[in-house]
Write a protein that binds this ligand. Sequence first.
Ligand code: ZN
Length: 161
Amino acid sequence: MQISQNTVASIDYNLKDADGQVLDTSEGREPLTYLHGAGNLIPGLESALEGNEPGDTVSVTVDPSEGYGERDENLIQQVPKQAFEGVDQVESGMRFQATDEQGERRIVTVTGVEGDEVTVDANHPLAGQSLNFEVSVVDVREASQEEIEHGHAHSGDEEDH
Ligand code: ZN
């Protein structure tokens, strides 16, 4: 069966940045199982997988516009240290969940600390990067009606949700 709208595909993948450094991989884990056509993967990867079958391998470079977007310098902000309640020591590289003015949750990364000023970056860590995916298609099946309604794949042993 080919990967198409409303199929559930299982894939093994390697993700490398433009310098060939591995950013993410399914190696040593279960393959990634997802509902195709529901926006569960970044657009550039999802469209590259369309029409492939188990046993196929796909190599694709996804530009930021089809990946995690361009970096937005407006998402870099200075916040006072007091904003980090209950954190003993705020350090570069720490990640926090924050809520923006629209009430949307974002992961922010601390990129600098100077005195009482903390610089946080709410860009996705992979924003602005060209992403090189190597994917092997492991399995493709029809999605169940429930999966289509939920907009995601079920593994079969989940609680009701
Ligand atoms: Zn569900």
